[in-house]
Write a protein of this length. Structure first.
Lengths: 216, 216
């Protein structure tokens, strides 16, 4: 556990990023629910979405406690995160669950990696808003069903997952360039190993793809 | 409090109606959040939406406990509720909050009226999923702001509210015609006063309209 530190502006930057990520993930998953093939799955995706908003509230409350209006802390991420979602609009249910599976997991891995650059209670808070694993299991099971029903789907979803990662990296680069304090927090913190970070994110992603029958 | 009774098929009908109402209200409000003029309001509407899904889960669990798959209980309402929302797609933020304000309140009034036709624990459950009043207050405040900013908005929103009620009644009529057991449960139960029901729903709606500066 890190020692408690006084949060600097970079902390609000990071909490704002995670908060807006939750808010937008909520909206997009809720919107994607209409692509579900039945009411059971439609409700399941809506419940996954709703879990994001509870996390959003905790992050927004912490920002308010730090004296930063949540909307100010989130504003810098509006354009890049919106661009990510706009450029990765799922066309069917298999793409919806693949996007949730890939996106949530990479987000969680990233948060876990950079959490150590934060002092408590912010470190504890961001670790606490990681996604519930039962949702990842639901998404993984749906991908396996889609691939089992039609093996050609594996190729299409593998390509889709590569596009998701590509678009996410491109927008992450944009955020890193624009938010100097945030980038410095992550890059200059001895507790975060930046070269290792990308290596580990990529390795974990590859393992997850294989686990649902997709290739990287 | 009513005496506990063995729930008949009409109970599953009613729980299915309320459950699907929650699920669809969730989806629509989450989708409408994109019309919010700023991030604070966008988050507020998303949180209102998320509250619906928690209620959905409780109703779905109760249906499962009664031996009825929630998707079966909800299926009859898919077409009419979808038709209601499709025909009342808000075009701007003022219409979004007016739809939430009018729709949630009439739904709650209706549930309160028919709850007495249910035995416990179903009666307690449906009374428990009524909307949180702080959301109604949020929506009412937003309508007042819109009307104060431009008095002509009051006419447009009054007309919009009449359309919402008209479309809701039209779809409610369709449900009543198709779901005989549900209609019988409500109409034949001594504890529910049907002519009074419509009178009271209308009177409460008129009072709510006036409270935000709209006319009926």
């Amino acid at each position: 556990m890190s020692a408690p530190t006084t949060p600097g502006p970079a902390v609000a930057d990071l909490l704002g990023l995670v908060a807006f990520g939750e808010l937008l993930a909520f909206e997009r998953m809720a919107g994607d629910a209409r692509l579900a093939p039945d009411l059971r799955r439609r409700a399941a995706l809506s419940e996954m979405a709703a879990a994001e908003i509870a996390n959003y509230r905790r992050l927004a409350d912490r920002l308010t406690a730090l004296g930063v209006p949540p909307e100010d802390a989130m504003a810098p991420y509006l354009a890049p995160l919106q661009a990510y979602h706009d450029s990765t609009e799922p066309r069917d249910w298999a793409e919806v669950v693949t996007k949730a599976y890939v996106g949530d997991a990479i987000t969680d891995d990233f948060i876990r990696e950079i959490a150590d650059a934060l002092g408590d209670p912010d470190r504890e808070l961001v670790l606490d808003v990681l996604h519930d694993s039962r949702y990842a299991e639901f998404a993984a099971a749906e991908i396996r069903v889609a691939v089992a029903a039609d093996p050609r789907v594996a190729d299409r979803l593998s390509m889709w997952a590569r596009r998701l990662v590509g678009e996410a990296l491109s927008q992450a680069g944009r955020v890193a360039a624009e938010r100097a304090a945030l980038t410095a927090l992550i890059a200059q913190d001895d507790r975060v190993d930046v070269p290792g970070l990308f290596r580990r994110l990529t390795a974990a992603h590859t393992t997850r793809m294989a686990a649902v029958g997709l290739n990287n």
